[in-house]
Design a protein around this ligand. Sequence first.
Ligand code: ZN
Length: 456
Amino acid sequence: MKRFVSLGLALVIMINMLLLAGCGGGDSNAAHNGKGTLQPLLGGTSDSAQPAGSEGTPQEETPRVREYGQVASYLSLDGTLAVRVTYPDGDIDALDEAVYDWTDQQAQAFRGELDPETDNGSFTGDFDSYEVDGRVVSVRMAGRFTQSHDQKPERVTANFHADRTTGQLLHLNDLLCEGGEAALEALVLARVGEYPYGQSPLSSWLLTDEALRLYLPDDSVVELTYEELEGILALPGQEEPEPEPIRQADEIDPDKPMVALTFDDGPYSKVDSRLLDLLEQYNAKATFFVVGNRVGSYTQTVQRMVADGHELGIHTYEHATLTKLDEAGILQQIDLTQQALQDAAGYTSAVIRPPGGACNDFVKQVVGSQGLYLANWSVDTEDWRSRDADSVYNEVMKSVHDGAIILCHDLYESTAEAMERVIPELIAQGYQLVTVSQLLSYTDGGIVPGTLYRQQ
Ligand code: ZN
């Protein structure tokens, strides 16, 4: 709230006229409310009541725009100068003070031009206010000073701007991109042909919902749309909002294509947290084949995987090659990993991915005896070899197919980076991203323990 300064005048009345519907009920301005004191003694009409085409410049006569502030009035009468200026009183102190001070200064200056013995005059004024993107607030004051001995009124205008997010006054330069000033002046020159004035064409400006409006010294107005000002005017919040990403549906449609993204050799929170955020963003599911002896180090990550609805598979306890182990060895690798998952997240896995994909009938038989099955892959991204997001993306897109099980490793940032493009692209192509067990239940007619799926 701007505060009232004493003018030392015979009569100063300040009234908040709540002319605007929805402006709130004069809450904090109760002390200044005094509708009953508004007398018709000032005569004349405000600018807003002037029909178009009357004295003054036409652009000031259009309907008032009032997007900021309550409507307040500066009224004073001392026998010499009658002042009636309507101004906005809002919630940006710096702006309110600047507008008020300008009004006050104008009134005093005009009063100084009058001889109290012989002259009298009036100063009337009104305002438009704009608020763009909830950030840039502009106020244009337009006033008219009329002397009793002078037929021709003197017009005064001033524009004020503030940044709602900081509460500070704004200058056009604050909103211009690098080199924007020269580019903007060139645009104006192209529009008006010639510009013979000493003062910058950018000195009197306003932001409306559609355009930057420049008031030139000859009272003409140049409007430049935000489209025209792309790369010149940097209006934060003006950028297009990020479109909502395509999310896949909650329910799996068995008639639509599906793929399973799988991540081996983790958990590894640094990469998994990125992957989990991505999967969550797209409502996609994946399978993490964990190395059992890593699970205890990343219990929170494992818990989130479970909570987010992903599948956890066994990639042995020590990344062991199962074909080199006897039955006891295989069972130990399975049991220790199941125990780690149980301890970390109360989770029991149904699927094993043998390290290196190495499998044989004996391994299948031992795994089957535990009610588990084996899953290899049908698309190998070779992300461990390339460590390159583009390469991973290309490998997936080159080979993806309905029922694909895609092999990745959650040890590499480049893999997470690739998934930022892979996941939305697969969804855009109509694929449902599901867990390995979901995929096999739908595409392979059910899962049989002791079976190896997607043998290479
Ligand atoms: Zn591995």
